[in-house]
Design a protein. Structure first.
Length: 267
């Protein structure tokens, strides 16, 4: 079995179809999506339907745009000017698609790989990431999921403390896994910076460059950071190569790190 990591699709169905056509897929192979299947691209509805139809061959984690869609659909968040979610919200199969999306994980661990959308806090081991992601997943899949979605947005607390409880605990976990790019050496998260790595503010580091990061024994796979582009290191792979912005959509075969890319047009 081969596993292909695919970067943020963000509603760009046509490039996704072209990328899938370039992959030498076998029935037993898997497609691992780094989250943000939807939003800002031209066909979020088509992407959701396509990935869902792949069944067990596709595995995806939730990204911040995926969670935003769920909140908008529940009437718990407003549409942003750049959102392109109308077709999903008006679709006859919207409830089925949103139910499927809400039941996707925030983290996947298999063998030596750990997949998240954005990042992991430096004090978390891979096992802790899966356990903490599971806390949020159980809430999102439960009958009272709207209660958390109402208070999900927010930047505080900005750092992990094991004694955190309730919605503060769930918010920190969600923010780390779906929104973080930079943090301090003490693990205080920053949510403002979205630019290129050389322009990172003083005192902040990419989460993957923290010297004592506890997940260094795994290869952490992520998307979310389009300005970073393709990042291939021994124990970290960043796969968001800015398809939405007219660059490329990327797949990386994890077993041998062969890179497959297709050009994209700016949405």
């Amino acid at each position: 079995m081969q596993r292909y990591l695919i970067g943020d699709v963000q509603g760009c169905l046509e490039p996704l179809e072209r990328l899938l056509a370039t992959l030498p897929l076998q029935p037993e192979d898997q497609l691992w999506f780094a989250g943000d299947l939807v939003n800002r691209g031209p066909d979020s509805l088509g992407v959701l339907r396509r990935v869902k139809a792949l069944g067990a061959q596709a595995r995806t984690v939730l990204g911040n745009h995926d969670l935003h869609l769920i909140c908008v659909a529940e009437g718990l968040a407003r549409m942003h000017r750049s959102d392109t979610l109308e077709a999903v919200l008006a679709a006859p199969d919207r409830d089925d698609l949103l139910h499927w999306l809400r039941h996707q994980p925030l983290a996947i661990a298999e063998e030596s790989w750990l997949l998240v959308h954005a990042g992991v806090l430096p004090v978390w081991t891979a096992a802790q990431v899966i356990t903490l992601a599971g806390e949020v997943e159980r809430v999102l899949r439960g009958a009272d999921y709207r209660d958390f979605l109402r208070v999900m947005y927010g930047n505080q607390p900005a750092a992990w403390q094991p004694e955190l409880t309730g919605n503060d605990r769930l918010r920190v976990i969600t923010n780390a896994l779906t929104r973080m790019r930079l943090c301090t050496v003490d693990g205080v998260m920053d949510f403002a910076f979205k630019g290129e790595l050389p322009d990172a503010p003083a005192g902040l580091l990419p989460w993957f460059d923290l010297p004592d990061r506890a997940t260094q024994d795994h290869c952490v796979l992520f998307g979310h950071w389009s300005a970073l582009g393709l990042l291939l290191r021994d124990n970290v792979i960043g796969a968001d190569t800015g398809c939405l912005w007219g660059r490329t959509l990327t797949a990386i075969r994890l077993e041998d790190r062969v890179v497959f890319q297709v050009p994209c047009r700016a949405s």
